[in-house]
Each structure stands twice: as structure tokens, then as C-alpha cells.
Design a binder for this molecule. Structure first.
Ligand SMILES: NC(=O)c1ccc[n+]([C@@H]2O[C@H](COP(=O)([O-])OP(=O)(O)OC[C@H]3O[C@@H](n4cnc5c(N)ncnc54)[C@H](OP(=O)(O)O)[C@@H]3O)[C@@H](O)[C@H]2O)c1
Length: 298
């Protein structure tokens, strides 16, 4: 049974990974400000921006794998408070990478936002050009892992079930589609992956000891409008519930990247697994929602 140090366990991805992996791995999940517990795993409070706390953490728990999902993720807050972004995305990663053994397996959860979203259909070798503070600090976080010899960088875009008092776009569709308050951009594209599909792909990637940069997205892309519409239809609602809008009309504080579609061929070739399409990954999310996974997580 692999020993996994999983940071960000109180977050969207970390909690969902812990839920999917808990029967097959020994997990120590790290939270900071939001205590969270789940049967079958241990959790601990640690502020990863504190280097001495991180050293103690790794001295006490000798993980086979560090999965670093903690981050300062609120894109607009990062723009307004770059020090907060730096602490959460760069300092925390630096502290973990420095305290970890040089050859430890380190999985850094990164983002599709390292690309500027102009070209779209990105491969892992395309040039990066982050357009906002969040994306710049996430890319700097990738670079902080360079002292380690066994790093997997997972550039992703995710949706799933939050355990904290916040909701992702897919959860908003569940909550608000009937009220017809969802605006879906027709000119913003992504290859978003359901967190439990991410958990399956990531566990094979770790088993196969993949190293380097891989895209963990769906194998196809949809606009935000089509994503919301597909999800609403799979939930049994009608097409007209989503309002078509443009990313240009929305006053974001931080600049956004319009076409973040990702190629996932490298990942499917290396794992031997067919990466789900956007429709398939939405279908898995809906199936788990109907089976009440969101309730089990809270
Ligand atoms: N959500 C997305 O759409 C998306 C898209 C692309 C990539 N990603 C990446 O996926 C990963 C997970 O994102 P998410 O959406 O799950 O994030 P999230 O829900 O906002 O959760 C962030 C997690 O990081 C923890 N954290 C933040 N600062 C910390 C610190 N100083 N010390 C310890 N823990 C700290 C938080 O702990 P507390 O809450 O307990 O303080 C929380 O568990 C991140 O690396 C993110 O960059 C996310």
C-alpha cells in the first residue's frame, strides 16, 4: 500500500482524490485553514508556507509519493494580493521540494492556465505564456520542483464536488440551471476533467512512474456554454436553460485565456488508458452525483 502525502485535502481536488484513493493507499491529507476529515485517511493541519513546519511534516511521515494539490487558486484574489499567491503557489512548493528527499516521487498539480489561450489545442511542448498572477505563480511552482529528480507535472483543469463552502462551475449548473441564471461563454474553451477520472489517471501515472509534464484534461474540448448545456441535458434539463454569453462581456479582475483546449495523447500513450472525452467525463460526474457521492464527501 503506497504512503501518500496529499496536500490540499480540504480543497476540491485533494478531497476528491482522497475519497477515490482511500481504500488503496495510506493517505496523510494536509489542510491549512479548513479542517476536514474522511473515514479511512488521516488528516493534519500544516501551513505549507512555513518551511520549518514542512520539514517536521516530512520528517515524521515518510511518503512514497507527495501529491501536491494545495494552492492559492482564487484567480481574482491572486491578482489583488500577489503576496498571497506567491506564498500559496511558490513558497509552499519550494518548501515541500526542499524538505523532500531528492529522489522522492513528487506530483505537482499545475494548470492549463500556464498557456495564454490564444492558439488552443496545446501539447506539452508548446510555449507557456501565463497571463495573470495566479498562472505566473503556478508556473513558478512548476519550476520550484526542478531540484527533484522524479517529478510528474500534471497540467489540468478540473470539476468535481467541493467539500468547502464554494462551488465549481459544474456544481453551479446543478444548483442554478433550473433558475436559468447560468451564463455560459460560447467563446471560451477548455478540456476539463472530472476529479474522479483524474484520480484514476493519476494513480496509473504514479504506478507507471511517469515523469515530466503531462496534460490531465479531457481528450476533447467544449466551450463553457456547451459544457453547461451538455451537463444540464445529462441531468435531464432542457437546452434553453443556459444563457449564451461572451467572455469579453464579463469584468474579471484577472485576465483570462480564451482557448485552453489540451491534447492528451501523451498521457493516453504512456498510461495505455483512453482518456475520457468531455462528454464522457461529464457523464461520470452526473452518475456519481446521482449516486450521492457529493453527500458522502461533505
Ligand atoms: N479548480 C480548478 O478549476 C483548477 C483548474 C486547474 C488547476 N487547478 C489546480 O488544482 C489544484 C487543486 O485545486 P482546487 O480547486 O482543489 O483548490 P481549492 O479547492 O481552492 O483548495 C486549495 C487547497 O489548498 C490548501 N492550501 C492553500 N494554501 C495552503 C497553505 N499555505 N498551506 C496548506 N494548505 C494550503 C487549502 O487548504 P485550506 O482550505 O484548509 O486552507 C485547500 O485544501 C491546485 O494546484 C490548482 O492550481 C485547479
Amino acid at each position: 500500500m503506497k504512503k501518500i502525502l496529499l496536500t490540499g485535502v480540504s480543497g476540491l481536488l485533494g478531497s476528491n482524490l482522497a475519497f477515490c484513493w482511500r481504500e488503496h493507499c495510506e493517505i496523510l491529507g494536509i489542510y491549512n485553514q479548513h479542517a476536514w476529515a474522511l473515514d479511512g485517511i488521516k488528516t493534519k493541519q500544516t501551513d505549507l508556507s512555513d518551511p520549518s513546519a514542512v520539514r517536521v511534516l516530512l520528517k515524521d511521515f515518510h511518503p512514497d509519493v507527495i501529491v501536491h494539490a494545495a494552492a492559492a487558486v482564487d484567480v481574482d484574489k491572486c491578482e489583488q494580493d500577489p503576496d498571497w499567491a506567491l506564498r500559496g503557489n511558490v513558497t509552499a512548493t519550494k518548501n515541500l521540494a526542499e524538505a523532500a528527499a531528492k529522489d522522492s516521487k513528487f506530483v505537482y498539480i499545475s494548470t492549463d492556465l500556464v498557456y495564454d489561450g490564444v492558439k488552443g489545442n496545446y501539447t506539452e511542448t508548446d510555449p507557456v505564456n501565463p497571463v495573470n498572477v495566479y498562472a505566473k505563480t503556478k508556473l513558478a511552482g512548476e519550476q520550484e520542483t526542478s531540484r527533484l529528480t522524479n517529478v510528474l507535472i500534471a497540467r489540468t483543469n478540473i470539476f468535481g464536488f467541493n467539500v468547502q463552502d464554494k462551488i465549481c462551475f459544474a456544481e453551479r449548473v446543478i444548483k442554478e440551471a433550473k433558475a436559468r441564471t447560468i451564463k455560459g461563454f460560447t467563446d471560451s474553451f477548455f478540456s476539463s476533467l472530472y476529479t474522479c477520472d483524474m484520480a484514476s489517471l493519476l494513480s496509473v501515472a504514479i504506478e507507471k512512474d511517469l515523469r515530466g509534464i503531462y496534460h490531465f484534461g479531457s481528450s476533447t474540448a467544449l466551450s463553457r456554454y456547451d459544457f453547461a448545456d451538455t451537463l444540464a441535458q445529462k441531468l435531464g434539463y432542457g437546452k434553453s436553460l443556459i444563457n449564451a454569453s461572451s467572455i469579453k462581456d464579463f469584468p474579471f479582475k484577472a485576465r483570462r485565456a480564451p482557448d485552453l483546449s489540451l491534447q492528451t495523447r501523451k498521457l493516453s500513450d504512456a498510461t495505455g488508458i483512453k482518456v475520457p472525452t468531455e462528454e464522457e467525463t461529464i457523464e461520470h460526474f452526473v452518475k456519481d452525483y446521482k449516486n450521492g457521492i457529493n453527500g458522502e464527501l461533505k
